[in-house]
Design a protein around this ligand. Structure first.
Ligand SMILES: [Zn+2]
Ligand SMILES: [Zn+2]
Ligand SMILES: [Zn+2]
Length: 90
């Protein structure tokens, strides 16, 4: 086991917020396409990742300062903190 220091944002997550619909909530408004989805752990918004053309999850972090997202991809079980650039599995 690799021991690592987990940031305060990640360690504060007690209950996981999951995607209610498997769509990027910003891309669907404009008909844009996306690659992978992330769910904001502060407000529950599901947005597209950096591999997607619009990078809505990153834009959401910069606009709202909600630091932690969870992967909304089936089979992926991890959280990412944008503020500290740390990942943790669960
Ligand atoms: Zn953090
Ligand atoms: Zn998007
Ligand atoms: Zn948010």
């Amino acid at each position: 086991m690799i021991k690592q220091t987990i940031c305060q944002h990640l360690s504060a997550i007690t209950e996981l917020r999951t995607a209610t619909e498997h769509v990027c909530e910003e891309c669907v408004k404009t008909g844009a396409s996306w690659v992978h989805l992330r769910t904001c752990q502060t407000c529950g918004t599901t947005l597209c990742c950096d591999s997607s053309p619009n990078k809505h999850a990153t834009k959401h972090f910069h606009a709202s300062h909600h630091p932690v997202v969870a992967s909304a991809e089936p089979g992926e079980r991890w959280l990412w903190c944008y503020a500290d650039e740390q990942m943790v599995g669960y």
